[in-house]
Design a protein around this ligand. Structure first.
Ligand code: KG4
Ligand code: ZN
Length: 334
């Protein structure tokens, strides 16, 4: 079965063609990062306009690289949320229009579920159930993946998402955008010399909170400025990253022990973080857990994961078939 996927929820315009939910025939990604970098973050209005101008050329390239014609497509999918409403509408409208014109079925996809499916592409042997940690620029979720379309939600962020904290801290430090990859790289050269908080919340809570940690970094930066002391960026990056990683690892393993699952799956932009991967794997090796995460290109936003999620959704008996955009869609609602 050949699935065509569209992704345009934030600052990547992506079109992908995936066979049988797992085999990528093409995955074309046009990133707007260079444009938004000038502003230190994604500007929604600019994102929508750029999606409009990019979507057709990106579709053409994806079709050409896959070496297929429109008649070969069996299913069309697009991200319907969460994301920026103007941005979402571009990919969703393109997908729905094409489905109508070609008389093919259409499935609207939850972007967060898509992030998990990136793992099915990278690891053909991976099957649910497992414990999933989804950490991206917009979301942080700790879930039990019951099957391809069904999840039990255990924890979510109460304020900033993990990736958002990376981005805000990097911006405050003046080291660039997006912050995640920059902090990841800097931290490799640093020591955890700054004493930053680990926010655990109530006993046994699986929720996250990263805004206090972000504020603690801002305080350190302000105090240093007032005292005329230079911050060591490598050490600050390392201290901050250690604090995020420790909480993510601890809560994820806590859930793995509670649910009895031996498989832990990471997803979302922050799952590209080298320290998070290493800490998860080191503990996994000691305690007998297997850790999966997507290839780096599939960690951040892409349409291949949307095509995969749409494929599994299409085959689900309980498919709701909602095709309108919902910028606030989470895992909570479903
Ligand atoms: O999944 P994604 O592309 O977008 C959302 O759906 O939100 O994730 C983007 C986020 C950004 O916040 C970025 O800073 C973060 O993922 N990120 C990383 C790394 N690479 C990307 N965070 C930590 N370490 C990385 N290596
Ligand atoms: Zn994403």
């Amino acid at each position: 079965m050949i699935t065509l996927g569209f992704e345009s929820s934030c600052d990547e315009t992506s079109v992908s063609i995936v066979k049988d939910g797992r085999e990528v025939l093409s995955n074309e990604i046009s990133s707007q990062i260079e444009i938004h970098r000038l502003f230190g973050g994604v500007v929604p209005e600019i994102a929508s306009r750029k999606h409009v101008s990019s979507i057709s050329p990106v579709l053409d390239i994806a079709m050409e690289k896959a070496g297929i014609g429109y008649e070969d497509i069996d299913l069309i999918t697009a991200t319907r949320g969460p994301g920026l409403i103007g941005a979402l509408l571009v990919g969703l409208t393109a997908g729905r229009t094409l489905a109508l014109a070609l008389n093919k079925p259409f499935v609207g996809v939850n972007h967060i579920k898509g992030h998990i499916c990136a793992n099915y592409i990278t690891h053909p042997q991976l099957e649910p159930p497992f414990v999933g940690l989804i950490v991206s620029g917009g979301h942080s979720y700790l879930i039990h993946v019951n099957d391809y379309v069904d999840f039990t939600l255990y924890g979510r962020t109460r304020d900033d998402a993990a990736g958002e904290a990376f981005d805000k801290v990097a911006r405050a430090m003046g080291i660039g955008y997006p912050g995640g990859p920059i902090i990841d790289k800097l931290a490799k050269e640093g020591e955890p010399t700054y004493d930053l908080p680990r926010v655990w919340l109530e006993k046994d809570s699986y929720d996250f909170s990263f805004s206090g940690l972000k504020t603690a970094v801002l305080n350190e930066l302000n105090i240093a400025k007032q005292k005329g002391i230079e911050i060591v960026p490598e050490n600050m990056a390392r201290s901050f990253q250690d604090a995020v990683v420790e909480v993510l690892v601890e809560k994820t393993y806590h859930l793995a022990y509670e649910t009895g699952e031996k498989t832990i799956v990471l997803a979302g932009g922050v799952s590209a973080n080298s320290a998070l991967r290493k800490a998860m794997e080191e503990r996994g090796e000691k305690e007998g857990f297997t850790i999966y995460y997507p290839d780096s290109i599939l960690c951040t936003d892409n349409a291949a994961m949307i095509a995969s999620a749409g494929y599994y959704e299409y085959h689900s008996k309980n498919r709701e078939n909602i095709v309108y955009a919902d910028p606030n869609l989470g895992l909570e609602k479903e």
